[in-house]
Write a protein that binds this ligand. Structure first.
Ligand SMILES: [Zn+2]
Ligand SMILES: [Zn+2]
Length: 351
């Protein structure tokens, strides 16, 4: 088994070679067919998140141990099974749910492993898919691909699931109201495409970049609006044909969160997903008077990924531009992400 590991934060990843591990108990060993390179891998590699105002959050203080094989958007082929692994067989191709929790706490038992306080996330706290092989703790984390190619399915594990879980938090509003999607980067565009697949009312994309606005329109947004326009908020409301009930902030900075809050009508909901950073002040009486909900969303649950896969497996989502690269090039991809040179997605194909 070959893996490409972060040995010291911020230094080039290194190849490690060892004998293929043997699955024990309910474990399943996969050969990695596709491993998406997510933007958050840049932060894991660097070893910290910039919290704004000169503050940083160090990942090693949060339990991330080195050496680490990154990669949490994985599709693989089953090559070995532990004695208690049921439900999959050798040769099956599967998408991997990476947000694995401890499995025994209240939160995990409730089915929200992504919120577990003792996480075992693959590619973050445990070895992930920047490797020839990937060990998955239990077959329940493996999802069938349907008609999707490995390349199409891999991004569902992180960006697809994150967008879907945020949409789910809007409940029935997705069907009855247009959703304002703030930020039409990878996640926002994914949300535009998923709302279409869910047969929702539609989306109004808000982004400063004209190319991203155009892409959002191509993926089926009802309208795409430049937030820098002096009448941006009016444009959003006009496009919605009335007041705004539902918005998702995929950027998460001061301007976007402010826009989201200001757009909402009484009873409206803003879901915050983006981690860009910053802060807003919120006048407290407005929360009850406008009966406003502001909720955060972080990745999503296993059940949500199962729903999402069911929704798109026979009619894969239109792909944002995706390029495959060899495992050896992972470090270059990370450097390109850091330099802001990556448009669309990069997916490693180790096998
Ligand atoms: Zn990710
Ligand atoms: Zn747990």
């Amino acid at each position: 088994m070959r893996s490409f590991q972060v040995c010291r934060c911020g230094e080039p990843m290194q190849f490690a070679e060892r004998i293929d591990p043997k699955p024990t108990g309910g474990e399943v060993l996969l050969k990695v067919l596709a491993a998406g390179v997510c933007h958050s891998d840049l932060h894991i590699w660097e070893g910290f998140y910039d919290m704004g105002g000169g503050k940083v959050m160090r990942l090693q203080d949060r339990g991330v141990k080195l050496p680490l094989t990154m990669g949490h958007e994985n599709v693989g082929e089953v090559v070995a099974l532990g004695p208690r692994a049921r439900g999959v067989k050798i040769g099956d191709k599967r998408l991997v749910y990476p947000w694995v929790g401890c499995g025994s706490c209240k939160v995990c038992k409730r089915g929200e492993e992504q919120l577990c306080m003792a996480p075992r996330f693959l590619g973050v706290y445990r070895d992930g898919g920047y490797a020839s092989h990937l060990m998955v703790p239990h077959p329940r984390y493996l999802l069938p691909l349907g008609k999707m190619k490995p390349l199409e399915a891999a991004p569902l594990a992180c960006s697809g699931l994150t967008a879907y879980s945020a949409l789910k938090k809007l409940g029935p509003l997705v069907k009855s109201e247009p959703v304002v999607v703030i930020g039409a980067g990878g996640l926002g565009l994914m949300a535009v495409a998923i709302v279409k697949a869910m047969k929702g009312k539609g989306t109004i994309a808000v982004d400063i970049d004209p190319v991203k606005r155009e892409t959002a329109m191509r993926l089926g947004a009802l309208a795409a609006i430049d937030p820098n326009a002096p009448d941006a908020l009016d444009q959003v409301k006009r496009a919605a044909g009335g007041p705004i009930w539902a918005a998702i902030d995929f950027v998460g900075n001061e301007q976007t969160a402010r826009l989201g809050v200001d757009a909402l009508v009484k009873g409206g909901r803003l879901i915050v997903v983006g981690l860009f950073g910053g802060e807003i002040t919120l006048s407290l009486p407005l929360i009850p008077i406008r009966a406003m909900t502001v909720q955060g969303s972080y990745t999503g649950s296993l059940a949500e990924l199962q729903e999402l896969v069911k929704l798109v497996r026979n009619k894969p989502l239109p792909l944002i531009p995706t390029k495959t690269v060899r495992l050896e090039q992972a470090q270059d991809v990370i450097a390109d992400i850091k330099a802001g040179k990556v448009v669309g997605r990069r997916v490693l194909t180790p096998a």
